[in-house]
Design a protein around this ligand. Structure first.
Ligand code: QAP
Ligand code: CO
Length: 168
């Protein structure tokens, strides 16, 4: 297993659109395991392949208290089942140190493939629904800061760019 490097806003590679996964082999399983290890090590609850510079449609998450319930979604798609907007304080491993309120539909139905390519469907609400929508956004080159005001987004970008200059 290995810890992967996580791209940080405003890296332009976070804007790429990911392509569907077509091959379910040992290499994919290695990537999934490495993404889970990277997410746990960074104390995240969700990680999309885009964030580790792999532009394929897969994401991992674990929203459990005990951090013992890894979930993998490949080529996920969702439908809204309750459009009632629900606000949640979101963060992102690619936007370290920043949390802001974002509104998203309250409940969704997700169609996905598992790590072996078998289809499954779940309904999600609460933090799981937030996390899945946030991670699918990554696969489409979208970040939670895109939902904020231009002023807030530019402030976050400036602060992170300063950090990157220090540590580059
Ligand atoms: C997305 O976010 C999410 O700033 C996953 O310093 C967020 O795992 C879904 C993290 C909120 C639902 C609700 C962020 C770790 C982790 C940071 C994360 C940080 C360290 C964010
Ligand atoms: Co994120």
């Amino acid at each position: 297993m290995a810890i992967l490097q996580i791209l940080e806003f405003p890296d332009s590679r976070l804007r790429k659109i990911a392509a569907p996964v077509t091959v379910f082999d040992a290499r994919l399983h290695d990537l999934i395991d490495n993404m889970l290890e990277t997410m746990y090590e960074a104390q995240g609850i969700g990680l999309a392949a885009t964030q580790v510079n792999v532009h394929k449609r897969l994401l991992v998450l674990d929203v459990s208290e005990e951090k013992n319930s890894p979930q993998v979604f490949i080529n996920p798609e969702f439908q809204v089942i309750d459009r009632e907007p629900k606000e949640y304080d979101e963060g992102c491993l690619s936007v370290p140190g920043f949390y802001e309120a974002v509104s998203r539909p309250k409940a969704i139905k997700v169609d996905s493939l598992d790590r072996d390519g078998a289809p499954f469907q779940i309904e999600a609400e609460g933090i799981l629904a937030v996390c899945i929508q946030h991670e699918i956004d990554h696969l489409d080159g979208k970040l939670f800061v895109d939902y904020l005001s231009t002023l807030k987004r530019q402030r976050i970008r400036q602060k992170l760019e300063k950090e990157h200059k220090k540590t580059a």
